[in-house]
Design a protein around this ligand. Structure first.
Ligand SMILES: Cc1ncc(COP(=O)(O)O)c(C=O)c1O
Length: 378
């Protein structure tokens, strides 16, 4: 650190330079991200609430009220009767908190998750010193329910299912998992990506399956505002069926305005809370349905274009993620990178993966498919 601060102009020049190196969603080259450009207006709201810290809620009763309203609105979208939980910093935080709560409530130590679950579950096991118990996939790249039954033991604290897997957007058979877990085993649904998609898929007539609190065995669920929630980073909504479960992670917080802290983080960035409130209030179900409709039409278009150039898809897209089967995915990805396309990969199966977020328009798809055909010899 320099003794004397730089001038405003100098610091801004350095920041502009750094910003210029970053990829922006509006450039239309980012095809592997589960985030997108936050909706108009949410960034202004985010900045307005930049001082709020829900880690010390007594100072921010207005922001706290917004958080409670988000929990209530999202809970009603997901067939929850009541609302308990928190707006957190993302799927990773919420998945760690789910495992933490389950461990403390049950006094048990094993985490049953699927091999295509988000890697945050491994972080959760490591941080909490819980034992990871991995189960395999069925032919649709969903959690193998039979194997779950075999691997649940007297020491199982939590079963984690995905509603919209990171890799292919697959939805695990949560109805069956709910029956298996019942009221004996904590069942957490990671709907970080799918939570703002699946309710609208259903309304648009796409085939889907139950994944939320309408299933009695679902104990907790996360959905991310900074993914298909169309809001700013950071925001995830962590919902719990039972309020008392959250108390299992409470610690005394004597120097704050609340007696107990029940969050993983201390100081909590709360601008994302206000921005997500804005997104949910202004979009409403109708707005989200329109966004999902467009993304799904573009996803189906991408899948059909992929087939037209002689390539395959591992599964028909379940939501707005499309796997692409090519001979040497790592090499094709590198060549696409050379053409400035930022595509990612799936491991199950080994293939390319495009997340068809709102910034991935039909024009973008046409231009991408031309380059894909070139590099893959499709
Ligand atoms: C299914 C799923 N869960 C959790 C996460 C982690 O979310 P975050 O990066 O917001 O912590 C992701 C991220 O892509 C995800 O796809």
């Amino acid at each position: 650190m320099e003794e004397k601060g730089a001038s405003f102009e100098k610091a801004m020049e350095e920041l502009e330079e750094a910003h210029g190196k970053d990829f922006l969603f509006e450039d239309g080259r980012v095809l592997g991200s589960m985030c997108t450009k936050p909706m108009d207006g949410s960034v202004d709201v985010h900045c307005k609430f930049i001082e709020s810290n829900l880690g010390n809620p007594g100072l921010y009763p207005g922001t706290k009220q917004l958080e409670e309203r988000i929990l209530s609105m999202v809970s009603s979208l997901l067939h929850g009767n009541d609302f308990h939980g928190q707006v957190q910093a993302g799927g990773t935080e919420s998945n760690i908190v789910a495992a933490w709560v389950a461990r403390n409530v049950s006094g048990k130590n094993e985490v049953v998750y699927c091999e295509n679950a988000h890697f945050s579950m491994l972080k959760a096991c490591d941080v909490l010193r819980m034992k990871p118990v991995e189960v395999g996939l069925n032919e649709n790249f969903e959690m193998d329910v039979g194997e779950v039954e075999d691997k649940i033991t007297d020491d199982t604290a939590i079963v984690v299912a995905s509603a919209g897997s990171t890799e292919l957007g697959a939805i695990d058979p949560i109805e069956q998992l709910s029956d298996i877990c019942g009221d004996k085993t904590f069942l957490h649904v990671d709907a970080s990506f799918g939570g703002f998609v699946i309710p609208f898929l259903e309304e648009l007539g796409y085939p889907t399956r139950p994944f939320d609190f309408q299933l009695d065995g679902v104990s907790s669920l996360v959905l991310d505002g900074h993914k298909m929630g169309m809001s700013t980073i950071p925001s995830s909504v962590f919902l719990l069926r039972k309020e008392e479960d959250l108390r299992s992670i409470a610690v005394e917080s004597p120097y704050l305005t609340s007696l107990h802290s029940t969050s993983l983080l201390g100081t909590r960035s709360s601008a994302g809370v206000a921005a997500l409130y804005f997104a949910i209030r202004t979009l409403g179900r109708e707005g989200y349905r329109e966004i999902v409709k467009k993304c799904m039409e573009n996803t189906m278009y991408l899948a059909s274009e992929v087939k037209r150039i002689g390539l395959g898809v591992p599964i028909e897209p379940v939501m707005n993620i499309c796997g692409i089967l090519v001979d040497d995915p790592a090499k094709v990805r590198e060549e696409l990178d050379g053409k400035n396309w930022k595509v990612s990969m799936s491991r199950h199966p080994d293939c390319l993966r495009v997340v068809v977020m709102p910034h991935v328009t039909r024009q973008v798809i046409d231009s991408f498919v031309r380059d894909l055909e070139d590099v893959s010899g499709g």
